[in-house]
Design a protein. Structure first.
Length: 624
């Protein structure tokens, strides 16, 4: 069936100021489509600076910058080095410029040209003098667990947000002790530590989650986002007795120790805390929803499945972001949606697979080790794609395939020749299809691969220009597949992360500490990280990957092997494609927020970005 909104979603959207007194009186700059009736669907996004970067190569500097969602469609740009313009005519077809012959220390700014009038200078470019930029970090001191095991700290997952409201993204970094555990493993762990860090290495605060929050991939899912629209990002995490905020204040009891002899924390209070992103101060703590209740009701009695947490951020009302905090995916699943407004939490809804509304409908046991957030039904409001099931924006079940748990899922416009978004997922249950592609709106299976094994890895993205739309591949399958499931031959060399790295819109492969370009006879190495390590063991994921600086291409952040810096790489390749910063595509931006959740997955935008793509849509957004 032809989707009635298909072409509307793809058309170019012209951001124009809405002059309604009610909006300007609220202190907002509102941008909408030419159809004023759709102004109400504008989404709150970050008020970002130009994000200018200068990446040095042997022959000069690639200068790139953001085309903001609040810029006009026909904006052009001039590039200045130390106040002298270096381009001969305004740059209209891209948001990058290669300055040949310039030294690595050259200082650049960018000026937008709007309606023929040149605007003021941007921020100065962040310099990648050796192809990367180091952000200094300081590991917490190590320690010894009650059973005498010594541990130190490694930089683990990170997220981004404008913590202090200056228009530049800052980093929120989780430090993981070297004795972190999977939930299935007994033993004490060191505390989980979280830092707020500016790009120059200034540490804004350090939060110590304390002895009653166990360390590992499934315990601490932190969300960084501007939930209240004050122009500064907040930080949300599950906390417990003994958590120490960025000001040194303790949440709950500082002396309580709820760990059992196996190191598990199966008693004591559980909190959800919203921290001030600038100071690290705990602003409010409420009871975590859901509480653990009876441990065995989650699938086992020793503490594995009860403490499987997921988190995300979603525009449930279509305009402003809400916090998603969840528990459980092997049996019972509970998802709680929270609004943070005027300094306090309000629970918007709770989805519980054991409620009378949902019981027996096949929503139990469908969760992944991650989640996705997308407007799958094109009603302007986000849904939670929670493994093999999806929850609607109002907290009711939207669909379930009943195909069970898995490790990886990908939501996007994977097949641009059909209406709406698609969802590709792998399955852990050997009696279920190894992988499948579904209509993200209905859950209808479009194609699937054979069952017979625990299929632990899978990816979907346009990595091969020789086939339309995205390709999909997985660990248990032997072939690369087209958007319609047909065999395309040789699989890529990795089944992990993704990166738009070179100049074309076809995506590259990110795995471990390298970036490769797919080829039908073999992959080509484009980047090998220097002096860096990947995270999360065999998952081999970066600290963070996404469009965080420069134009729409994606940066990759790894930790240095000695954990003294976060090393950010930005592309040195010129592009002729002009695409709005992906930070203002809210499906992509919320994906950066949930990227740290459990088994990290790469972000996907709401539109098809790949070979033969239509003109990328402009987002309908406003900034605080």
């Amino acid at each position: 069936m032809k989707h009635p909104h298909r072409h509307r979603r793809r058309r170019l959207i012209l951001p124009v100021a809405v002059t309604a007194a009610a909006l300007t009186g609220a202190g907002l700059t509102m941008f909408a489509t030419q159809d004023a009736a759709r102004a109400a669907t504008a989404r709150q996004v970050e008020k970002l600076d130009r994000g200018v970067v200068s990446v040095h190569t042997g022959s000069g500097n690639l200068v790139s910058w953001r085309w903001l969602g609040t810029d006009p469609n026909d904006v052009s740009f001039n590039v200045y080095r130390a106040g002298t313009k270096v381009n001969s005519t305004p740059i209209t077809g891209s948001t990058n410029y290669f300055h040949s012959g310039a030294p690595s220390h050259a200082d650049y700014t960018v000026r937008a040209v709007v309606n023929g009038t040149e605007q003021g200078d941007s921020v100065h470019a962040v310099q990648f003098r050796t192809g990367y930029k180091d952000v200094p970090i300081s590991p917490p001191p190590g320690g010894t667990t009650p059973d005498g095991v010594a541990y130190t700290y490694e930089a683990n997952d990170a997220s981004v947000g404008d913590l202090d409201g200056d228009g530049a993204l800052d980093l929120v970094l989780k430090w993981q002790p070297t004795n972190a555990k999977d939930n299935s493993q007994s033993g004490y762990t060191g505390n989980t530590i979280v830092d707020g860090i500016k790009l120059d290495g200034t540490r804004l605060w350090r939060i110590d989650l304390g002895r009653n929050i166990r360390s590992g991939a499934h315990y601490t899912q932190f969300q960084v986002y501007d939930y209240d629209g004050d122009g500064k990002a907040e930080v949300a995490m599950k906390t417990a007795d003994g958590t120490r905020d960025g000001t040194g204040a303790v949440i709950g009891s500082s002396s309580a120790d709820h760990r059992n002899s196996g190191g598990y924390v199966l008693s004591g209070p559980e909190f959800l805390t919203m921290f001030n992103g600038q100071t690290g101060k705990a602003m409010q703590s409420v009871d975590y929803v859901p509480g653990r209740g009876t441990v065995s009701s989650w699938g086992d009695s020793y503490g594995n499945r009860v403490d499987r947490f997921l988190a995300g951020t979603a525009y449930l009302d279509g305009a402003r972001p809400s916090l998603i905090m969840a528990r459980g995916y092997y049996t019972r699943t509970v998802i709680a949606a929270w609004d943070w407004r005027n300094g306090s939490f309000t629970r918007r809804w709770t989805f519980d697979t054991t409620s009378s509304t949902n019981s027996g409908k096949g929503y139990d046991g469908q969760g992944n080790h991650s989640l996705s957030v997308a407007d799958v039904d094109n009603d302007g409001k986000d849904e939670i794609v929670y493994g093999a099931m999806t929850v609607d924006d109002n907290g009711s079940g939207l669909w379930t395939t009943r195909l069970g748990h898995g490790d990886a899922g990908h939501v996007g416009d994977l097949n641009p020749s059909r209406a709406g978004l698609e969802y590709f997922k792998v399955s852990e249950d050997s009696s279920k299809p190894g992988s499948w592609m579904a209509d993200a709106r209905t859950g209808q299976i479009l194609w699937q691969t054979a069952s017979g094994s625990d299929n632990g890895r899978g990816v979907a993205a346009d990595i091969h220009a020789g086939s339309p739309g995205a390709e999909a591949w997985s660990a248990a399958d032997t072939t690369l597949r087209s958007a319609t499931g047909a065999s395309l031959g040789r699989e890529p060399s990795s089944i992990n992360f993704l990166s738009w790295w070179d100049g074309d819109p076809v995506r590259e492969l990110l795995d471990g500490t390298r970036v490769d370009k797919y080829g039908t006879s073999g992959d080509t190495r484009l980047l090998t990280g220097s002096g860096v390590s990947s995270n999360n063991g065999t998952k081999a994921t970066p600290v963070l990957s996404g469009d965080i600086l420069g134009d729409w291409r994606e940066e990759v952040v790894w930790r240095t092997s000695n954990n003294t810096a976060l090393r950010i790489y930005s592309t040195p390749h010129e592009t002729t494609s002009k695409i709005t910063t992906l930070l203002h595509d809210t499906q992509y931006r919320t994906a950066l927020a949930w990227q740290n959740t459990a088994y990290n997955q790469p972000p996907h935008p709401s539109f098809f970005l790949g070979n033969g793509m239509a003109a990328a849509p402009r987002p309908t957004v406003y900034t605080p």
